[in-house]
Ligand binder design. Structure first.
Ligand SMILES: Cc1cc2nc3c(=O)[nH]c(=O)nc-3n(C[C@H](O)[C@H](O)[C@H](O)COP(=O)(O)OP(=O)(O)OC[C@H]3O[C@@H](n4cnc5c(N)ncnc54)[C@H](O)[C@@H]3O)c2cc1C
Length: 361
């Protein structure tokens, strides 16, 4: 990945030229265009990896309308963008959501994440798409006090599951891959693994489904069709969940740990509280600079709206280009902003790391 990936929260505020919120395709291309303007960037994304919708929602589906690429999958598009931005050396803060944006007395912005990372920059680019991707939760308030102790929504350290009765909820690839991983003999094997899904049919890769079926037949994995509709507490914590079967009967399933893999859903979060003009949950921008109603804060990609807006990747790429040109005088007021071609500009070649060493031309 380009630059350095930070997963731990930094204690001191980090000063930079620009912060990009969102590492979807548009946030990634924003990094590239900012790099061409010699603007250093830090990128924040709620997900543990860059990629946004193409990687989360359609990683293996073909895209046919990226200019000059006849066809590529969502995963390939993201991999290509990451390769393209490598020379820009952006720093990534992943697995954290931007929760607050404030204007400081010196005119720069203080951007704070839910993990305590603080970034200070004169420019901010919101490429937040349809919102921060968060794991879907079971709508059971009784489970909330156990989150992080016995109830988990993301990948979990398998060593901590040794000798425990583990229940996995879900029917997609992620849920099934966890069921397979935990059911296989290994040094940190749980005491039992039970997969719970609302019906006996899965939305996953056929090979993965076949492996799960084989484990169920071989009794390495238990399967229960039904929905979790209640929780049973004991003095030591969560001791069981109540399963409502398709026939309406209810029974308790004892457990030590509950892994919930019900997919991700986007949430707009606090963006609406940052004092920016909005229309139908989208940020209003002009089409000259793609600036929001606050100077220095730009919005690009699916998060913005303007007359004629089309939520397409190619349109977001154009928005990034104009936003980067508009940001250049804010970051480098002493310089004149010039249009340069990547084909012919020696300076751009240096920035891209493709400069021909002097004397060898
Ligand atoms: C099934 C499907 C097929 C599609 N096919 C095509 C196609 O063929 N061609 C095309 O042009 N478009 C297509 N699209 C649309 C395209 O995927 C979107 O236009 C594009 O992903 C928008 O990119 P983005 O970077 O603006 O937002 P996203 O891809 O949504 O990325 C936004 C990122 O911001 C992060 N984020 C949001 N809020 C915060 C926050 N507060 N803090 C930290 N991180 C945050 C999110 O976690 C996310 O990773 C398709 C969409 C879908 C659903």
């Amino acid at each position: 990945m380009a630059g350095e990936a930070h997963t731990a929260a930094a204690t001191e505020p980090i000063e930079t030229d620009a912060v990009v919120i969102g590492a979807g395709p548009i946030g990634l291309y924003q990094v590239f265009q900012l790099g061409l303007q010699e603007i250093r960037t830090h990128v924040v994304d709620a997900l543990p990896h860059p990629g946004g919708q193409p990687l989360e929602l359609y990683p293996d589906k073909p895209i046919y309308d990226i200019p000059a690429i006849q066809v590529c999958t969502g995963r390939e598009l993201v991999a290509s963008l990451l390769r393209q931005i490598e020379p820009m050396d952006a720093h990534f803060h992943l697995g954290q959501k931007v929760s607050q944006v404030e204007r400081r007395p010196d005119g720069r912005f203080l951007i704070t994440t839910d993990r305590g990372t603080r970034l200070i920059a004169p420019t901010l680019f919101i490429a937040a798409g349809v919102g921060a991707f968060e794991p879907r939760r079971l709508k059971l308030p009784a489970l909330v006090p156990h989150e992080g102790r016995q109830v988990f929504h993301q990948a979990h350290d398998t060593a901590e599951l040794a000798n425990q009765h583990v229940v996995i909820v879900g029917g997609d690839d992620v849920a099934l891959e966890w069921a397979i991983r935990l059911s296989r003999p290994g040094p940190a094997q749980p005491a039992s693994v039970t997969l719970v899904h609302r019906r006996d049919a899965f939305q996953a890769d056929p090979d993965t489904v076949a492996q799960v079926r084989a484990l169920i037949t071989g009794q390495a994995l238990r399967f229960e069709a039904g929905q979790i509709t209640g929780a049973v507490d004991s003095p030591d914590g969560l001791s069981a969940v109540e399963i409502t079967s398709p026939d309406g009967s209810i029974h308790a399933l004892p457990l030590g740990c509950l892994l919930v893999f019900l997919g991700l859903s986007p949430r707009l979060g606090t963006i609406a509280d940052w004092g920016l003009a909005m229309e139908r949950k989208q940020l209003l921008v002009d089409t000259e600079k793609f600036s929001t109603s606050v100077a220095g804060i730009f919005a690009v990609g699916d998060i913005n709206t303007y007359p004629g807006k089309k939520k397409l990747i190619v349109c977001g790429f154009h928005e990034c280009t104009l936003a980067a040109f508009a940001a250049a005088p804010l970051v480098h007021p002493e310089r004149q902003v010039m249009l340069q071609y990547t084909t012919t500009s020696t300076r751009l070649h240096e920035l891209l790391g493709v400069a021909v060493p002097r004397g060898s031309e």
